[in-house]
Design a protein around this ligand. Structure first.
Ligand SMILES: CC(C)(COP(=O)(O)OP(=O)(O)OC[C@H]1O[C@@H](n2cnc3c(N)ncnc32)[C@H](O)[C@@H]1OP(=O)(O)O)[C@@H](O)C(=O)NCCC(=O)NCCS
Length: 186
């Protein structure tokens, strides 16, 4: 499978695949956001990481992406990392799931919404992708506002397929879906 697209500039943001050369910028962003992300992002349990660990992780992501795996993208605004997003192939054929987080000093300015909008545009550039989904813990009300605001359809709840739990997560996910047809005709 061809690698997923890895860059888009839209809505005042640049979404670009995390590169090994971004390791320091990623490190600074994650360190500044560890407390903010801990309740909802299970991977924060791996912190603290060094810049070298971070670079090694990005190299693993790069390898997986180049072989047709998921893509993880930094979100830049005016040359500053304001968040991160990803297109994940874990909802079955023809689907991509979007994840995201936003820097604690940039909340409630529409950045997650703009990020998810750009990531959805990017996802639908991939031939064969007919739906994009956003899944969030049922208690994560901040995350819920993003797909709801973009017109994704609430398609119900399921037990989270992930075994790792962040401290605030209940293990129950709400799922939102956007079809290619609805996105392109909106
Ligand atoms: C969830 C998160 C990405 C939202 O980022 P954001 O850039 O602040 O979101 P937006 O500004 O685009 O908000 C869109 C809407 O979501 C809702 N929302 C956002 N933050 C909210 C909060 N703290 N409480 C209630 N609703 C909230 C609102 O409806 C908001 O629209 P409004 O500001 O016009 O009222 C951010 O809070 C975050 O990084 N949280 C920790 C990581 C996380 O939970 N990621 C998602 C995992 S599924």
């Amino acid at each position: 499978m061809a690698p997923l697209p890895d860059e888009i500039e839209a809505y005042g943001l640049v979404l670009r695949r995390w590169r090994p050369s971004d390791a320091q910028a990623m490190h600074d962003a994650v360190v500044a956001n560890t407390d903010h992300l801990r309740p909802w992002m299970a991977w924060i349990a791996l912190e603290p990481m060094s810049v070298d660990d971070r670079r090694a992780l990005v190299l693993q992501w790069e390898q997986a992406w180049s072989e047709g795996g998921d893509v993880l993208l930094a979100v830049w605004r005016d040359g500053v990392v304001v968040g991160s997003t990803g297109l994940h192939q874990r909802i079955g054929e023809g689907g991509l799931e979007i994840g995201y987080w936003v820097d604690v000093d940039h909340l409630r300015r529409g950045i997650a919404t703009a990020t998810a909008r750009a990531a959805t545009d990017l996802a639908f550039t991939v031939p064969g992708i007919d739906r994009v989904e956003i899944h969030h813990d049922v208690e994560n009300l901040a995350s819920r506002g993003v797909p709801a605001g973009l017109g994704f359809r609430d398609v119900g709840e399921q037990d989270s397929p992930r075994e790792e739990r962040a401290p605030a997560e209940t293990g129950r996910d709400r799922m939102w879906r956007m079809t290619r047809e609805d996105w392109l005709s909106r």
